[in-house]
Design a protein around this ligand. Structure first.
Ligand code: ZN
Length: 557
């Protein structure tokens, strides 16, 4: 029954039989599915070709492709050079392949930065790390627990204290939710929960002092370098007008102890209660009125640039070529991630050198195909994904082609690693095998796209498509963690291909030698055939389902 359904689907829905090994043996005639596949250029996509591309993209010379960086710019030039060579239409700014994105970078000016506790100057970098945002404040101190507002957990630190115009001290894991709170407890941002800075701002707090967790303290030197020397970089167009950041410093244990000297609770107790979680936590309180702290953070501001790489392969149908099937990957990664270590570069061979390479291989496939697809194909290599999906947010907010002409977006983020037989490393627990891949979101908005996606795979290489993460409620939240999210939020149906997390995720070990190029070839060829089927359909995949509520309200944590 199932097989029959698929055969009907292939002929009825896709309009053209797909290549399958069975069909290939039965019908070796000129128009056989295998011949069609060849005509489309799928054989151009090979493990050897991808090894060559990725060996450049994930080389140490690219320095981990941080956004912005010289390595990222060089990678963009490498992509553009190949696109020009193959005759792609530039779809960035002013007839180029690059869509320029202006960034504002702020770095702490240590010589002009001053923090005093009871008139005593503290040492920048040792006693505290200032966040790279300029501003000054002086005043009384309040202890505000974790700083979070979470309605479902009765976390509301400013409820019973007057924090207006004062400086709040919060004990916080900088990147994590407060102790005892899970994503499922959050609900809607702004109504059901607020992160510490937003919550502080809402209650008129004038400055923040973070007392960080053990993990942050263990990497104090690296955090100091990152925060003070690398500074903070934001996309200029994303800055909300009229929103000045609060002055923030991160306090060393020495300063934390000094601040709570003689108070009703010492810093150690509060640290334990708030960050480790005890029987009961001390409620927020105001510190003695004689204790004064002043913060004056000075920063140097400069404008720097980065870019998405955007290209179009024009379709052959005079009408349908105005519509696009979009392919996406992020070509950035996290840069020099372990300064001082023997191997300090996070090369991002899998994340997302593999997707970057897969797109380039598909571009070469199209360029060498005997025919063109009916619809056009849009290629976007996004920057800044690792910074918070910058490139895809920027492209979907400032598209260089009309967004409603994009019929589907196929996003590739990590398809190069596979779990070896007998691998018992728990960190590779969810890594997919050599013939398997996670497929996320394929039927979330369009039933037709979901059917097409599965049918193409079954009739072609029949990889093990694993749909276990295809659930916006999944605690891993993969749906929110890559660029397709920004296309989905604009109503474009997406499919996301992903190999799973592994031991080298965001570490210097994510290197070319560990890539399974046979797997990359299989997955990339399958995505390529999917692209062709979407591009040649008589009608665009119908969006017949609304996005789930969890998808429209991104947590932003
Ligand atoms: Zn990634």
């Amino acid at each position: 029954m199932k097989r029959l359904f698929i055969v009907l689907l292939l002929i009825g829905v896709l309009g053209m039989p797909l290549p399958s090994l069975v069909a290939q043996r039965r019908k070796p005639a000129a128009a056989s599915p295998a011949a069609i596949a060849t005509q489309r250029g799928v054989d151009q996509i090979t493990a050897a070709q991808m090894r060559a591309f990725l060996s450049f993209i994930a080389s140490d010379e690219m320095e981990g492709r941080d956004t912005p960086s010289r390595g990222l710019d060089t990678t963009a030039k490498f992509l553009a050079m190949n696109l020009a060579r193959w005759g792609f239409k530039p779809a960035g700014d002013e007839g180029s392949y690059l869509q320029h994105i202006a960034l504002k970078r702020e770095r702490v000016d240590a010589t002009q930065t001053r923090v005093e506790l009871n008139g005593q100057a503290l040492t920048v970098g040792d006693d505290y790390i200032p966040a790279a945002a300029s501003g000054g404040v002086s005043g009384q101190l309040v202890f505000a627990g974790s700083g979070w507002y979470v309605k479902s957990k009765n976390l509301d630190p400013y409820k019973d204290i007057d924090a207006k115009g004062k400086i709040a001290i919060i004990f916080v894991s900088p990147m994590a939710l407060p102790h005892g709170v899970r994503f499922g407890d959050l609900g809607k941002q702004g109504e059901d929960w607020l992160n510490p800075p937003d919550n502080a701002r809402k209650h008129g707090v004038a400055g923040l002092i973070y007392v960080p967790d053990f993990q942050y303290l263990a990497n104090w030197e690296r955090n100091r370098q990152r925060t003070m020397e690398r500074g903070s970089t934001v996309v200029e167009k994303f800055i909300k007008p009229g929103r000045t950041p609060l002055p923030v410093i991160i306090a060393s244990p020495k300063v934390a102890t000094a601040m709570f000297q003689g108070e009703r609770r010492g810093a150690n107790t509060l640290f334990e209660e708030t960050l480790i979680g005890g029987e009961q936590a001390t409620p927020p309180f105001e510190l003695s009125a004689t204790k004064k702290l002043s913060i004056n953070v000075a920063v140097n501001t400069e404008t720097v640039g980065t870019q998405n790489v955007v290209a179009v392969w024009e379709g052959s149908d005079p009408v349908l070529k105005d519509e696009y099937v979009a392919l996406g990957a992020h070509y950035d990664h996290v840069g020099i991630c372990a300064p001082g270590a023997a191997d300090q570069i996070c090369n991002g061979a899998d994340d997302d050198g593999s997707g970057t390479t897969a797109l380039l291989a598909m571009a070469e496939g199209l360029a060498h195909a005997a025919v063109r697809p009916k619809r056009s194909v849009l290629f976007v290599w996004h920057c800044g994904e690792e910074k918070g999906l910058w490139g895809s947010q920027y492209f979907t907010d400032n598209p260089t082609i009309p967004l409603d002409h994009i019929v589907t977006q196929l996003n590739i983020d990590m398809i190069g690693r596979s779990k070896k037989e007998g691998d018992t490393n728990p960190r590779n627990r969810t890594l997919t095998g050599p013939n398997d891949i996670y497929v996320i979101g394929h039927a979330m908005m369009s039933t037709e796209l979901g059917q097409l996606c599965e049918a193409v795979n079954k009739s072609y290489l029949n990889l093990g498509y694993d749909f276990r993460y295809d659930d916006p409620q999944d605690p891993n939240r993969f749906f929110f963690r890559s660029d397709h999210y920004n296309y989905a939020r604009k109503g474009i149906p997406i499919i996301f291909f992903f190999d799973g997390e592994h031991e080298d995720y965001h570490r210097p070990g994510d290197e070319v030698q560990k890539i399974d190029f046979q797997k990359m070839e299989k997955v990339t060829r399958t995505i390529y055939m999917t692209l062709w089927e979407v591009a040649n359909r008589a009608t665009r995949p119908k969006v017949d389902k609304g996005l789930p509520a969890q998808v429209t309200g991104r947590s932003g944590v």
